[in-house]
Design a protein around this ligand. Structure first.
Ligand SMILES: [Zn+2]
Length: 442
């Protein structure tokens, strides 16, 4: 469970933590100065003090290791204490603790958005007023403290998730058996993210679905799956995901990074149990793994580089945040017009994924506090099925997402009855033995 605090209670606690983790920078010699978890904390607290009306800080969990570092998420929206009818967006860094640039990028984005909000910039103000952003600069604070990729148990957290998890040297003993992965999972179960962007560095590309399956690996090894199989794996979400990724790439290229490219996970290299695949496969979020730059770099020495990378990416990121509002959205209510904890699924083009008996199509969950749902799909006509415990399943046909705006609002009233959430409400996690052997080696 995420831990929420009122600001009055939270700030004094944070000040105590800050004293505890008072060291925020480390000098490794040769002016190689890097950041520590305390630096992230100081920055996040400073943001909440500077912009109290649009921010709220929470702890989503604690790290592995002898020191339990808190894992933070900073929520940015108007009325941060309320659950409103707004899409939720996740932007993270530092799941690999030695990729500091990814932590800095999240901090700089928070700062940039607060700067522009204070200047009444209409675009940024529109995003803050109409969505909920959740920023986690470092998902692996232990790794950050040691400048290591892994957590304290030598697990690569980006191989520890339960979508197509396989046994492996740095994968953990079981899917989501690490405290950091559990914190990420619990936070995502509480917040139905529409868009999840996970920052990395060491390469320069936007990587998208799937990491665990594709047609051809970079080594040139073809799998037994045809291009038709491959396309069907992405199903109707794929055009949305792919077009957004292409737009992102083009925007970064235009901003000055000519070498930035896009790829589809497995076609670059196979990876199993990744956060990106889990976020889409289990939670329905449009998910990207963002690799910013060839360097991983340590912070202060390269401030100019970080500024340049941020400048190359900021407009592309902002466009992603804006587009998270596209598709079909609305509020689902039940008896007494109360919000309902429901699942919304596109039924128009449901196809079977190669992993029997799992079927897959774009889906999302309501935020049970407000009953709002946000299903990112391209312009077109869709049929939706809504399922919820205690309500009759509802099918709504022929919802048109218009070309002009890409947005349609459809509020839905459910009828009480003997209904259950669809089986996919329980995550359709793909077990390792359902991954064909020719795809399994990493
Ligand atoms: Zn990484």
């Amino acid at each position: 469970m995420a831990v929420s605090y009122s600001r009055l209670f939270f700030l004094p606690c944070l000040l105590i933590l800050l004293v505890f983790f008072s060291c925020s920078l480390q000098n490794d010699g040769d002016d190689d100065i890097r950041i520590l978890p305390g630096y992230i904390e100081e920055e996040l607290v400073a943001f909440t003090i500077r912009a109290p009306l649009i921010t709220e800080l929470r702890i989503t969990g604690y790290s592995s290791g002898p020191v339990s570092y808190p894992i933070y998420a900073l929520k940015m929206t108007d009325n941060p204490q309320e659950q409103e009818n707004e899409p939720e967006i996740q932007f993270t860094g530092g799941i690999h603790g030695n990729e500091q640039l990814s932590c800095i990028m999240v901090l700089r984005m928070i700062e940039y958005m607060i700067d522009l909000y204070e200047e009444d910039d209409p675009v940024i103000t529109g995003i803050i007023n109409n969505s909920e952003l959740h920023f986690s600069p470092v998902l692996n604070p232990y790794g950050l403290s040691r400048d290591e990729r892994y957590n304290a148990n030598s697990v690569d957290l980006n191989r520890n998730f339960s979508w197509a998890w396989v046994d492996g040297l740095f994968h953990g003993d079981a899917p989501i058996d690490q405290p950091e992965s559990q914190a990420i999972r619990d936070d995502a179960l509480e917040h139905p993210y529409v868009l999840a962007v996970h920052g990395h560095t060491g390469a320069a590309c936007i990587n998208t679905l799937w990491d665990y399956i594709g047609t051809t690996k970079s080594s040139g090894t073809p799998s037994t799956y045809t291009i038709d199989d491959f396309i069907s794996l992405y199903l109707p979400s794929y055009p949305f995901i792919s077009e957004e990724a292409l737009h992102y790439k083009n925007t970064v290229n235009a901003a000055g990074d000519d070498g930035f490219w896009m790829t589809e996970g497995y076609d670059w290299y196979a990876a199993f149990g990744t956060l990106q695949d889990w976020m889409y496969g289990v939670r329905g979020a449009i998910a990207y793994t963002l690799e910013y730059d060839l360097s991983s770099g340590h912070t202060l020495l390269y401030e100019e580089l970080f500024q340049e990378v941020f400048d190359n990416h900021k407009d592309a990121l902002i466009d992603l945040f804006i587009d998270a509002r596209k598709g079909i959205s609305g509020i689902i209510t039940g008896s007494g017009e109360l919000p309902v904890d429901a699942k919304v699924e596109v039924t128009t083009v449901t196809k079977s994924v190669y992993c029997d008996p799992v079927t897959f199509s774009p889906f999302c969950f309501t935020d049970p506090d407000a009953g709002d749902y946000h299903l990112p799909v391209q312009p077109g006509t869709y049929n939706l099925e809504i399922t919820a415990d205690g309500y009759l399943p509802e099918t709504i046909n022929g919802i048109v997402v218009p070309e002009e705006t890409g947005i349609v609002i459809r509020n839905i009233q459910l009828t009480p009855g003997k209904g259950e959430k669809s089986p996919l409400f329980m995550p359709p996690e793909i077990p390792a033995d359902n991954i064909p052997p020719d795809l399994r080696e990493e």
